[in-house]
Design a protein around this ligand. Sequence first.
Ligand SMILES: Cc1cc2nc3c(=O)[nH]c(=O)nc-3n(C[C@H](O)[C@H](O)[C@H](O)COP(=O)(O)OP(=O)(O)OC[C@H]3O[C@@H](n4cnc5c(N)ncnc54)[C@H](O)[C@@H]3O)c2cc1C
Length: 426
Amino acid sequence: MIASGAEHMHESISTNHHTVVIGAGIIGLSVAVELIWRGARVTVVDPREPGSAASDGNTGWVVPALSAPVPTPGLPTQVARWMLEHDSPFRLDLSHVRGNARWLRQFWGHCNPLSHRQGLLALGRLNAESYSGFSRWLENGLTFEWRQPGVTFVSRDAAAIEHVADELKSLEHWGYEQPQWLLDDALRRLHPELSADVAAGVRARREQVVRPESVIAALRAIVDDAGRVIRGSVQDVQHAGGRIVQVETDSGECIAADAVVIAAGAWSAKVGKCLGTHLPVLAGKGYSITVENPELQLAGPLYLADAKIACTPFDGANRFAGMMELTGPDDSINPARLATMANHLDQALPGWELGSRRIAWSGLRPMTPDGLPIIGKVPTFENVYAATGHGMLGVTMAPVTGAIIAELIVNGESSHDISAFEAGRF
Ligand SMILES: Cc1cc2nc3c(=O)[nH]c(=O)nc-3n(C[C@H](O)[C@H](O)[C@H](O)COP(=O)(O)OP(=O)(O)OC[C@H]3O[C@@H](n4cnc5c(N)ncnc54)[C@H](O)[C@@H]3O)c2cc1C
């Protein structure tokens, strides 16, 4: 058994206590590892290869600076404009609207200054912990690609990125460093790879990058060694006395459970329904293109704010990711969306596509109507917890989410204030 990290944990639990985690994305695996480190037995269930849904092809940014929730004042007008543009970063499948009218109504309802500010403060406060999440994992013996290069948000127009500086100002109280403005020559000196079109930048220096595939592999190694991963889709449960006592998969496996964690990403609404719990999570599809052995040297992670594309240099590869499609739980790749991304990249980063191989990927972000994740006990059963709805921040928040759920299961309470993230708020 891998003991790494166990010596850093103070909690303990009966060695017979068994948690079933539904979903082996970065969130489910994080919960499993944090539980293992606290002495619990864990089984993770997933029909897919762990990490292969939304968690391995993303940009790997650890960005507490982007704690602002997605519902934003002015977004409905912007969305209406985007719907008329063929090369916009957003797409809404109208046939999908009818079945999700309640979610969309709630989402629009949160696009106001008060909800946005409350969400920013709640997420910003919790994410102050996310700055140390991955270094804590490295100290606990996990091995993965990690660096802290900072992130530069760039645009043709300084006004388009002012909000990043304003949001960081709101979070100053929790120790967020204030960003550095980079205009024209200063930006060009730091990022000579940018085309002349791009004129303004805001740099957040504490932001980090992990290679998500390497994080998944490290977490999985711990679970394979000290827990169990089962291939299967959870389809049914048995309950008794207000508790789930058994989880059943489509392959006929029946797994006895003392606690159950729903970490099924964009599929959490369906899994929640099976467990009698309302979890309003909708899929927000995004795409990435990874260029292996790239010719273009990215001086550091860049966010192209006009096209909403994140660009990350990894060891031996550059990855470019963006787009948001509310088109249902289907993660097939639409070549037209990749072409749109490529057009935007041609304008901002000439030569971005040159390298030995290009790999296209898509993943479904688990989106909630208020833009905040769901972390905590569900109201319907005493021993069921939700860890889902992380939207654009699932990588950033994986260590803190894993620790919170493990604390709740092992200690019955968390050391973090999670009142804004409770499942019961819906
Ligand atoms: C293009 C793109 C770029 C991104 N970039 C970043 C970034 O830079 N930084 C960041 O913080 N976040 C980023 N994200 C967001 C991040 O990828 C997600 O928030 C995160 O991966 C969600 O993890 P998850 O474990 O909740 O879901 P997933 O990884 O989707 O895992 C959920 C798992 O549940 C399983 N499941 C579903 N139904 C069942 C069932 N019935 N039984 C058992 N298992 C089931 C699925 O098969 C799946 O494997 C990005 C997302 C995209 C799409």
